[in-house]
Design a binder for this molecule. Structure first.
Ligand code: HEM
Ligand SMILES: *[C@@H]1O[C@H](CO)[C@@H](O)[C@H](O)[C@H]1NC(C)=O
Ligand SMILES: *[C@@H]1O[C@H](CO)[C@@H](O)[C@H](O)[C@H]1NC(C)=O
Ligand SMILES: *[C@@H]1O[C@H](CO)[C@@H](O)[C@H](O)[C@H]1NC(C)=O
Ligand SMILES: *[C@@H]1O[C@H](CO)[C@@H](O)[C@H](O)[C@H]1NC(C)=O
Length: 362
């Protein structure tokens, strides 16, 4: 069975890439923003929970997994740019520009920009490589590097363990911090998240010889901790409780009687959350050298910039430059996606629209 799978995969890829060359082209369009962005009971009757089937893709993002398990994005786990943006707005009230930027980055880094799709989990024949395979086989969000990265809350670093699936042992440690740094109730406090996230960073620093936390990943990792506090929280309650958080992380479904937040969660919101999480708990960007020394190289002023460093790190270093050596509809789509990442950074004083400059095949 396993051997059949291994043998057949290249054949499927070959067929798919031939089909892509011949197939109708797909022009990525920027969808219009959601019209209603207030409190709303989620899920509605049209989005019941259904556990994923074996072939359906799930990955390192609990938010996307939950959305797929309820059909807010396709249950297959393969989604278009438009579907990711619409789903994140509807299910979690993620801000339109914010959803647009992360979805664009996801497709550029780990999906297929000609078809405008990405797997929220691992590689699948439904997301074939680009014609000519200039950037390898799209790995999906489960592929380590570019988007998925080190120092996650409930997934191990790729060099140390399972970086894709929920890790109960890590979650126990999270809950231990909730107990220790909570306020005597089952509330998940900011203080608990600060301490737990800092402990995760220290652990990776110490044990992961291949640790990489450059500004893009560092920013996203801190942001994801903000997602937990601000997006998993029931919009009708003042704080996030353990039971609600556990339903999201462990069961990957919406809790009973859950309501999404009452206003869109913007990039500014998450920057503020990230600032609070690191206040008193410094976690510089950098990487571990093979001898285990942490290298915080400050020689690149573009990366040193507090806000735009994230943008530079993502686009310049984590979107492959070969995407610019394309033409026709593929190039149009690449341009659309690259532009779609800019609106969250432009107001922060990041003056120039950047172009992909990263290595291919990583
Ligand atoms: C289109 C929108 C989104 C995309 C493309 C996306 C993508 C990702 C990816 C690739 C990761 C893995 C990063 C890593 O830890 O290595 C991740 C983590 C995470 N995402 Fe999302 N995400 C999206 C929306 C959301 C939403 C709406 C939520 C809602 C709560 C969410 C919550 C999280 C959390 C909590 C983590 C960290 C998990 C952990 O560290 O254990 N995401 N996301
Ligand atoms: C919002 O409303 C306008 C006008 O009715 C409509 O054209 C647009 O498609 C709506 N947007 C979404 C995402 O439904
Ligand atoms: C909570 O939010 C919903 C919207 O989902 C609203 O209809 C309801 O009245 C609110 N209050 C409670 C206690 O559920
Ligand atoms: C714990 O914190 C929550 C949220 O900040 C608050 O609603 C609750 O009253 C607090 N409980 C105690 C015992 O301080
Ligand atoms: C470890 O490697 C780094 C980078 O190569 C180097 O700068 C540092 O001096 C080394 N430290 C030790 C203790 O060998």
């Amino acid at each position: 069975m396993a051997r059949l799978h291994l043998l057949s995969y290249p054949a499927v890829l070959l067929i798919c890439s031939v089909l892509v060359d011949a197939f109708p082209q797909y022009r990525i369009t920027v969808p219009s923003p959601a019209n209603f962005t207030g409190l709303k009971r989620i899920p509605d009757a049209a989005h019941p929970y259904r556990a994923p089937l074996a072939w359906e893709q799930r990955g390192p993002c609990p938010g996307l997994n939950v959305m797929a398990n309820h059909g807010y994005i396709p249950r297959s786990g393969v989604a278009t740019f438009e579907q990711l943006i619409a789903g994140a707005q509807e299910a979690f009230n993620m801000d339109y520009n914010f959803a647009m930027a992360v979805s664009a980055f996801g497709i550029l880094a780990r999906g297929n920009p000609l078809l405008g799709i990405v797997s929220i989990g691992g590689r699948t024949p439904f997301v074939p490589p680009l014609p000519g395979i200039p950037d390898g086989i799209p790995g999906g969000f489960s592929k380590h590097g570019r988007f998925e990265g080190d120092v996650s809350l409930t997934r191990a670093d790729a060099a140390l363990g399972d970086h894709v699936r929920f890790q109960p042992e890590m979650y126990k440690e999270f809950l231990r911090h909730v107990k220790e740094h909570g306020n005597g109730t089952d509330v998940v406090t900011m203080k608990a998240v600060q301490h737990y996230r800092f402990a995760r960073y220290q652990d990776s620093l110490k044990r992961n010889k291949k640790l990489v936390v450059m500004p893009g990943r560092r920013g996203f990792g801190l942001g994801e901790a903000g997602f937990v506090l601000d997006l998993f929280k029931n919009g009708n309650r003042t704080a996030l409780d353990v039971a609600t958080m556990t339903t999201f992380f462990q069961e990957e479904r919406f809790p009973k009687d859950w309501t999404r937040r009452d206003r869109p969660y913007t990039f500014i919101d998450i920057l503020m959350a990230a600032d609070t999480i690191t206040r008193g708990f410094k976690q510089p960007y950098g990487y571990n050298a093979p001898n285990g020394t942490f290298i915080h190289d400050t020689s690149d002023p573009a990366l040193e910039h507090t806000r735009c460093g994230v943008y530079v790190s993502l686009v310049r270093d984590n979107v492959p430059a070969v995407l610019l050596k394309t033409s026709g509809l593929l190039r149009e789509n690449v341009d659309t996606l690259v532009k779609a990442m800019f609106p969250i950074f432009e107001p922060l004083g990041c003056k120039d629209l950047l172009q992909p400059g990263g290595p291919a095949w990583t």
